[in-house]
Design a protein around this ligand. Structure first.
Ligand code: UGA
Length: 443
């Protein structure tokens, strides 16, 4: 099929490239000329495992094209995907300015029947709005179909090729069926719905996953107080198929460009129809507080943070991405700096993005994990990059001023910690108490 994708962010670039890999001819359009120039040279603006190779392969095989020319791209396409951003407005609502502009651009370019597919996460009713915008501008016939995206950053290519399901919201069976045929090589698990239900499925899914995370984080906080181990509790719960084992990893809470934005947006969507979404408001509140456990543990151990040197391992909101949007690290580092601490930071790929968001004279930018621990009074692990799991902790302990390790992602096992003299805090596991006892006994 001849496809055009508007927007070369995570969703547009990854899904466009994967559709090309399936044998379609895909043109990706973006207004950002420098981005398009780079993509035409095979340079990918985001860190996403496997994506560079796939873009280069499909560009070379002339199935994947990048351009700023929206008119000719729309004119040659049978199906046009809208994959532009819907960033949050100050009140939490999604900003639809880019979606509406894309709809107008498509309408102006139309030269015959097209199917317009919305991939961006949009509030309920937006696809109908898109339909209204287009039909005001053009007399050509068209259909609007909603296909929300469920890929995760860091495993976006894998997720696109192996979706758990594809949701297709359409008003007309023929248009829905055409889009279903495009996705059938990926999965047979295709759910056909109306437009509004498809839009709601996306928000409900993200809100439910965020709820699982805040739920297990609250269980972790209780585990700490009652002496239970949240990792065992989560494992025991996860075997129940009604619960499932994924998204039960306790830690310092969720970040990224999706869960924070979409939970706020759904609260707002509910509020607009006078529904107070109490559960989701609590999910957001729990998540906001969870990251400050790290600060509390630092204060409990070190007292005042003024003048202390704190090492930070991991800045990205999750491993395998350079994305720092809404990363807990941003708020934690900002708080440490405000308290007068010096901060040594290291992340395998997110340093540049972090520096862009938070550049401060008291931040020391390190080129590896060991360097970020030298002379530190405490070390905080905020992102569970696999390279941190393989580091020899005894070596780290020796280069630090004080052997204090705050493991915000429960990366290290009890056995690993017991071989060291670290004062160790993790999330919802009783081993920190044992380590502290050991240290007190030693003293
Ligand atoms: C999320 C959804 O998982 C995707 O299905 C969806 O398409 C995407 O949002 C979106 O709406 O675009 P993403 O934000 O890329 O994907 O990353 P996740 O893997 O879902 O992680 C989100 C956050 O939750 C991360 O900060 C992660 O550290 C945290 N998390 C995840 C936990 O704290 N515990 C867990 O058990 C799982």
């Amino acid at each position: 099929m001849e496809l055009t994708v508007i927007g070369t962010g995570y969703v547009g670039l990854v899904s466009g490239t994967c559709f090309a890999e399936l044998g379609n001819r895909v043109t990706c359009v973006d207004k950002d000329a420098s981005k398009i120039e780079k993509l035409n040279q095979g340079i990918i603006p985001i860190y996403e495992p496997g994506l560079t190779e796939l873009v280069q392969k499909n560009s070379t095989e002339r199935r994947l094209f990048f351009t700023t020319d929206i008119i000719s791209s729309v004119q040659k396409a049978e199906v046009v995907f809208i994959a532009v951003g819907t960033p949050p407005l100050p009140n939490g609502e999604a900003n639809l300015q880019f979606i509406e502009q894309a709809a107008r651009d498509i309408a102006i370019a139309m030269n015959g029947y097209k199917i317009i597919v919305t991939k961006s996460t949009v509030p309920v009713g937006t696809n109908e709005k898109i339909k209204g915008i287009i039909s005001e501008i053009t007399n050509h016939s068209f259909d609007v179909v909603s296909v929300p995206e469920f890929l995760r950053e860091g495993s976006a290519v894998h997720d696109t090729f192996h979706p758990d399901r594809v949701i297709i919201g359409a008003e007309k069976i023929d248009a829905g069926e055409k889009i279903a045929s495009l996705h059938r090589p990926l999965t047979e698990q295709i759910v056909m719905t109306d437009l509004r239900s498809a839009e709601m499925i996306k928000y409900a899914s993200n809100a439910f996953l965020a709820t699982k995370i805040s739920f297990i984080n609250e269980i972790a906080n209780i585990c700490e107080k009652v002496g239970a181990d949240v990792t065992l509790v989560a494992r025991g719960m996860g075997y129940d198929q009604r619960i499932g084992s994924s998204f039960l990893q306790a830690g310092i809470g969720y970040g990224g460009s999706c869960f924070p934005k979409d939970t706020h947006a759904l609260i707002q969507i509910a509020g607009n129809v006078e529904y107070d979404f109490k559960l989701l408001k609590s999910v957001v509140e729990v998540n906001q507080l969870q990251r400050f456990n790290v600060i509390r543990q630092l204060r409990d151990t070190l007292g005042s943070l003024n003048g202390k040197m704190i090492g930070i391992w991991g800045l990205a909101f999750k491993p395998n991405t350079d994305d720092v949007r809404e990363s807990p690290a941003l708020e934690i580092v900002a708080y440490l700096l405000q308290q007068g601490a010096k901060v040594k930071v290291y992340d395998p790929v997110a340093m540049e993005n972090f520096r862009y968001e938070c550049n401060h004279e008291s931040i020391i930018w390190c080129s590896n994990a060991i360097e970020a621990s030298v002379d530190c009074d405490a070390l905080c692990l905020l992102t569970e990059w696999s390279e941190f799991k393989t580091i020899e902790l005894l070596q780290i302990e020796q280069v630090m001023r004080q052997a204090v390790l705050i493991d915000g992602r429960n990366v290290f096992s009890k056995e690993e910690i017991e071989r060291t003299n670290f004062t160790y805090y993790s999330v919802g596991r009783p081993i920190m108490n044992r380590i502290q006892t050991k240290m007190v006994t030693k003293a």
